[in-house]
Design a protein around this ligand. Structure first.
Ligand code: HEM
Length: 410
């Protein structure tokens, strides 16, 4: 008897599709590559070709203020004034020449040459984290490593004093919770917490900016302060974008590291291939960002009516690029659902770090961090495997995909 195919529902936030989106991605691309998802009032664009074009299309604005205002509809836009005041100055909300200006003044800290200087600090930080656990024989990878490493690395990059790091991590959480709220979240509480965290965080960073004016260092804030002194950035922009770097570089890298380790531990042949040939380290990271991107969807707003694959996207609509789906588009990737660290990447590109003007400014940092962390993890914890006594706990929203806990043994 032939099994009856179960129809795949196209609700992006159904528990089934959030937990395991692969069938949903495939159906979207096949049946409805430009799809109005009523439950989230958003157009979903899922084919690789369309997502690449969309990232460069000036009719799709990166200004996402309307998204946040929609999120607090019942409370009114005034409820998130504190939050909005800061994110309005962030590079990821800007279009055109304003975006170019901000990005140009942030770029010097993110060139390959600048980032290579941080390699020893990343290595040292990861070694310290591993020293704490190596004798134990087991740990929750998320708690001990994935969640710990990225903020420590960003703190190095920004020159944040060690004793303040706990504080800035505590401020990051409400911002992450508000940006991608759980379905049962109390928005009233989230809004209060996010405003409070944003104001405290920006007040703290304003103090750091003042310090750097009189005592500049080799860090990224000092680089932005020098642009400020030349009149190319305002103080508010330096503070808002330092805050963005802290936030954008934390949960993304945390999730991607856990996703990568999970992918390897559930594909023992690939893990063995990497152990046999450490030269595959960078290719392993790329495959993980393709196969299980930490940011599976990213949003834009239509600034005019336009047609895409026979659908009219009206002005003002929220559009999301389904990066997770584009990364598995069978028109671009052969055997897209196979995790293959030896995949030929010369003709294809995944979109896990975005594309076009807003392509991730921190991708070089994330790549270095993930490579060093994975290399040391496999070296220092021989026989690393999943701990079968604990079920991995995933967390998934449209914006972020990763693990809340992932127990391993060695
Ligand atoms: C594996 C980890 C990471 C992933 C998967 C990731 C993913 C992304 C994606 C998809 C975008 C495009 C957003 C858009 O088009 O609207 C983006 C932008 C951005 N990312 Fe990352 N990111 C990661 C790590 C980092 C790190 C470590 C930093 C900084 C320290 C960072 C800072 C940023 C910033 C500032 C932008 C906005 C750039 C702009 O608008 O011009 N990211 N990231």
């Amino acid at each position: 008897m032939t099994p009856t195919a179960v129809p795949v529902d196209l609700n992006p936030v159904s528990p089934q599709n959030l937990a395991d989106p692969v069938a949903f991605y495939r159906e979207l691309q096949r049946r409805a590559p430009v799809y109005w998802a009523e439950p989230i009032h958003t157009w979903l664009v899922s084919r690789h070709e369309d997502v690449m074009a969309g990232f460069r299309d000036p009719r799709l604005s990166a200004n996402r203020t309307a998204f946040f205002e929609h999120q607090v509809q019942s409370l009114g836009p005034a409820s998130i004034q504190g939050f909005m005041k800061i994110i309005r100055n962030q590079v990821f909300m800007k279009d055109g020449t304003e975006h170019i200006r901000l990005r140009r003044n942030m770029n010097p800290g993110f060139t390959a040459q600048s980032l290579d200087k941080w390699r020893p600090a990343i290595r040292r930080t990861m070694e310290q984290l591993l020293e704490r656990v190596s004798a134990r024989g087991q740990m929750d990878l998320v708690k001990e490593i994935s969640y710990e490493l990225p903020p420590l690395v960003i703190a190095e990059l920004l020159g944040i004093p060690v004793e303040d790091r706990e504080r800035f991590r505590a401020w990051s959480k409400p911002i992450a919770d508000f940006s991608s709220p759980a379905p049962d979240a109390d928005m009233g509480v989230l809004v209060q917490e996010v405003n409070r965290a944003m104001m405290a965080f920006s007040g703290y960073l304003t103090g750091i900016v003042e310090e750097r004016r009189s005592a500049p260092g080799a860090d990224v804030i000092s680089q932005m302060v020098s642009a400020e002194e030349e009149g190319k950035l305002s103080t508010e922009e330096v503070v808002a974008n330092a805050l963005l770097l802290i936030f954008a570089g934390h949960t993304t890298t945390t999730d991607q590291f856990s996703n990568c380790v999970h992918d390897l531990l559930t594909h023992p042949d690939q893990l063995q291939a990497l152990r046999d040939n450490p030269g595959l380290l960078d290719s392993t990271i790329e495959e993980s960002v393709r196969f299980n991107p930490a940011v599976p969807f990213i949003g834009r707003f239509a600034v005019e009516d336009f047609e895409l694959r026979g659908q009219t996207i009206p002005k003002g609509s929220h559009v999301m690029f389904a990066l997770g789906a584009a990364n598995r588009d069978p028109e671009v990737f052969s055997e897209p659902d196979r995790f293959d660290i030896t995949r030929d990447r010369t003709q294809t590109r995944h979109l896990g770090f975005g594309f076009g003007p807003h392509q991730c400014i921190g991708s070089g940092l994330a790549r270095r961090e993930l490579e060093i962390a994975l290399e040391l993890l496999l070296q220092r914890l021989p026989g690393l495997r999943l701990d079968e006594e604990h079920t991995p706990v995933k967390h998934h929203s449209l914006a972020f995909r990763g693990f809340s806990s992932l127990h391993v043994r060695w």
